[in-house]
Design a protein around this ligand. Structure first.
Ligand code: XIL
Length: 371
């Protein structure tokens, strides 16, 4: 394994004291007996368009999830026409690099093809037709990667912040049966695959209680669910670590594992008070919303390190309940947060900087993970 690149004084001091960055200094090695440390991979990283991030991912992470290429609008853009090229590359890359591979995501209201819920006149299809379409999508995708993809985000973001069901077209047509059906189809296609429910804003009480209830309902109905995924698109002042911890404990209490599935920590001002991760949110660019285009002041970088470290300390504290912590991207310039919810900003949300150097927080995490 090649060394990671530490920034600043740490790299000099480690090299100087004859302790070059070897296996024990990488994130992957440090966290090996705790939980998987993962990253989302983009198509550019899989197809030679971003070799820097590809190398950083290969050297530092033990798990991968596709950022976009397994979403239904890409896998089945037209009914019955599947496009697996990029997903195949993703899985092949994971196997070649000995990664724990998660599939994301089988059922989601967003990045789904228009045809899925409508007929040729644009009207909603019947519940039977939608169930049949979901079954055929899930079966085709899960079967193709049977035994290779270890776990699936089966349903993504079906519950709103207040705990009510998201009134998506999927829900309009199938109602509450949507989730049990999706879990059943996924399990039938690969009985050995782990199955997850994944969502954002999981520290909110309403969503916490609804997800706990969902897990209980699925279990009562004899359906397999292995873990709850807490996305973790967090900011400098939301959510409170204590609220995040309450949810983590509440989910673990139901008997499933917890995964932190899409971690990133934005330093940028939020254009609205609601702090979820709804991909459809979009605000016009304004200069005041992009304060660090020319670099991050030390004071902000230090505050960022401290907050990210607090979350990793929480994860380490509950390592018996957590099986994976996945960052939503490798290096800062890969992050969707540069363009969401305001396009064209410069954010610093991930563990590796724009040059592929590990940020100081990586050393803090490695240190905190030592017995
Ligand atoms: C995001 C990707 O990062 C973007 O590239 C894409 O344009 C929109 O989706 N919750 C999820 C992820 O579950 O799939 C989303 O990924 C981010 C929010």
């Amino acid at each position: 394994m090649k060394p990671i690149f530490y920034s600043g004084i740490l790299a000099l001091s480690m090299a100087g004291c004859g302790n070059p960055q070897g296996d024990n200094s990488t994130l992957r090695s440090a966290l090996k007996d705790k939980f998987h440390i993962g990253t989302a991979l983009s198509v550019a990283q899989l197809t030679g368009g971003d070799t820097l991030s590809e190398r950083v991912a290969r050297e530092n992470f033990s798990a991968i999830v596709p950022e976009n290429c397994m979403k239904s609008m890409f896998l089945q853009p037209r009914e019955g026409e599947f496009f697996f090229d990029e997903a195949d590359k993703f899985v092949g890359w994971g196997e070649a690099n000995n990664m724990w591979i998660t599939g994301h995501c089988l059922v989601w209201h967003s990045q789904a093809p228009l045809w899925l819920c409508t007929d040729k006149d644009g009207n909603n299809v019947s519940p039977e037709t939608l169930a049949e379409r979901l079954k055929s999508h899930i079966t085709a995708v899960v079967t193709r990667y049977k035994g290779r993809i270890k776990g699936w985000d089966v349903v993504n973001e079906a519950i709103l912040d207040d705990g009510s069901w998201r009134k998506s077209k999927l829900y309009e047509i199938l109602g509450e049966e949507l989730i049990p059906l999706a879990f059943r189809f996924a399990h039938e296609a690969d009985p050995d695959a782990e199955l997850y429910y994944n969502d954002y804003s999981m520290a909110l009480e309403g969503k916490r209680n609804a997800v706990v209830q969902l897990v209980k309902t699925l279990k009562e109905r004899g359906l397999r669910i292995d873990a709850v995924g807490m996305q973790g698109h967090i900011g400098m002042d939301y959510p409170a670590v204590e609220e995040f911890e309450k949810s983590l404990l509440a989910f673990a209490e139901t008997g499933v594992k917890v995964m932190i599935t899409e971690l990133d920590l934005t330093v940028l001002p939020s254009p609205r008070p609601n702090t979820g991760a709804a991909v459809e949110a979009s605000f016009d660019y304004q200069k005041e919303l992009n304060p660090y285009a020319d670099g991050l002041p030390d004071s902000v970088a230090t505050a960022w390190t401290s907050r990210m470290a607090d979350f990793f300390r929480l994860f380490l504290k509950h390592q018996d309940k957590i099986t994976r912590v996945t960052l939503w991207g490798v290096c800062d310039d890969d992050s969707w947060r540069n363009d969401w919810p305001v396009p064209g900003r410069t954010d610093y949300a991930l563990l590796f900087d724009r040059k592929g150097h590990a940020k100081p927080v990586v050393d803090v995490i490695v240190g905190a993970s030592k017995p």
